[in-house]
Design a binder for this molecule. Sequence first.
Ligand code: NDP
Length: 480
Amino acid sequence: MEQLLNLIDGTLRPATGGGWLDVHAPATGQVYARIPDSDESDVNAAVEAAHRAFPAWNSLGREGRSDVLLKLAQLIEDDLEGFVSDESRDNGKPLSLARRVDIPRAIANFRFFATAILHFPSEAHVMDDVAVNYTDRQPFGVAGCISPWNLPLYLFTWKIAPALAAGNCVVAKPSEITPLTAYRLSTLCDKAGVPPGVLNIIHGLGPKVGAAITAHPRIPAISFTGGTRTGAEIARVAAPMFKKLSLELGGKNPVLVFADCDFDAMLKTTVRSSFTNQGQICLCGSRILVERSIYARFREAFVERVKALRVGDPSQDSSDLGAVVSRDHMEKVLGYVDLAKSEGGTVLCGGHRVELDGALKSGWYIAPTVIEGVGPECRTNQEEIFGPVVTLQPFDDEAQALALANATPYGLASVVWTSDVQRTHRVARALQAGIVWVNCWMVRDLRTPFGGVKQSGVGREGGVEALRFFTEAKNVCIKL
Ligand code: NDP
């Protein structure tokens, strides 16, 4: 049984209280590791260490910090297969996906922000003959970073890399459900030259460790990715303390398919945007809206492709989908299939648990599921399911497509399929979403603003937005 440890002040150690939590492998349903059941006292020790480390880390300067982060990126790359296999085992995702997406993107996060900080400009505003203003952006000290289980290392590094590059020290909590790659990262910090206390990683439960980070008076900024309900709880605690908040929350993303699209490209990508990572990506399209004139053709072709997807052992290249992340999550997702039926929906394919053989018999697998016949106002089309389940709805014209697309409390990502350039601009403008992909999905340039509107979040991550979040702007006005 593997025993993971916290990283506090440069040392790997168990929780102060001595407790442990089990970690399960979704592929088998079996416990394979334990993490420290940390609490407020571990967070306090990490915050003290971070404050002690801050002056020297900040004084290292951009180039010095950049060198350390680039070294960390290189060490992850040198151990690529170790990280890939840990991520797949911990999360249940296909090994091939972790190798193609999760770990390379985690490495890219470090490389991107290690170099972005070298080019991070400060603005100057000259008032003719009166004064000159310049913006001095300084790190604020200690950042709190809390991340979810769906893209464990990818989203963990998406936060800690800009925080560290900007000159802050970090107290971070990975999801208790998928702690393995954050732990593996913590074992590389010393070798990369990360000074003790600069990066602290505390394992444990959200309501204990996450809540202690959120409420800590000496952590002035919280960067959180996770569910909307948790985000609301974090805002409730942090807002009256006037903390900076970046909240990346849930989604119920629409895919708008117009009759004039490139049908084959759309079909191929829509299968991916529906079921990659078992549908457990905040950017997956879960409501597919199809122009009525091609609805029947789409339904037939899409269902045929989805039925051909293979649910199987995450370690096998032949598996398109692996396991969902936990038993609770599997039951939640299947509960939504029952709800859809009770709301008048028809399951066109999937809708059930998949039982594999041998050691995988108790794993948490769900057949990719397509549902039609549920109205836009039904809970199935309003609430985030976050699993391999999509719904189909027809529309008659652009106005109706937009009305359906915008008819949820969420506004994270959306996908539009059309060959009409004018429509592209009109629809992209009118969609209530932080991200619009046109004729593509998941194409990511790390310089672009990333985030959602409505209940999908507050603030933007990525590029200069992240570096601005992790610094305080001070205007200095000098009389001419
Ligand atoms: P949760 O909100 O349950 O958890 C996210 C993190 O917050 C975990 O580390 C969790 O710890 C922690 N946490 C839980 N309760 C508290 C609390 N009271 N105070 C502070 N921290 C707490 O989300 P999931 O892990 O279930 O992730 C799935 C969700 O994340 C989906 O809604 C998805 O849409 C969203 N997401 C959003 C993205 C975006 O960019 N907008 C990207 C990816 C996912 P623990 O694991 O111990 O519960």
